[in-house]
Design a protein. Structure first.
Length: 138
């Protein structure tokens, strides 16, 4: 979905989208790849965010909910979950909704992955002063 943009324009557009969602985490992702695979950093920004994330068919909030579910199910994606839990909060998901999404994922991907993901969310919530989460279901 590059809409006729050149490589640099796609990157700039992707960085704008990524920065709006992830703030300074955007720059850290690109910087972390600069000395080993600058092209991967470029693709994360230009393709994943500039082309895919910016599509209008799903709201940013919904895209983050999908992303949390996928990263939880994959397992072993704790660094990416950390970024995307912050992003989910930035686009309007509540801590309760995030925790519920990870609880729901346990049904399909198992308890260990859901627990690991939830502990990442707990870290983010703690850093942002959002603990404890009250849950009327217990």
């Amino acid at each position: 979905m590059n809409n006729g943009m050149n490589r640099q324009e796609r990157y700039d557009h992707g960085m704008k989208v990524l920065s709006e969602i992830d703030g300074e985490a955007a720059e850290r992702v690109v910087e972390s790849l600069a000395d080993v695979s600058p092209e991967l950093g470029h693709q994360v920004v230009a393709w994943a965010f500039g082309d895919m994330y910016a599509r209008p068919e799903l709201a940013p909030r919904d895209r983050q909910l999908v992303t949390l579910g996928v990263l939880t199910a994959l397992g072993g994606c704790e660094p990416q979950l950390y970024v995307h839990v912050n992003a989910a909060l930035n686009v309007g998901l509540t801590p309760t909704e995030i925790a519920e999404a990870m609880l729901h994922a346990a049904t399909y991907c198992g308890m260990p992955r859901a627990i690991n993901a939830t502990l990442v969310a707990k870290r983010v919530f703690g850093e942002r002063g959002l603990l404890p989460i009250t849950n009327a279901c217990y």
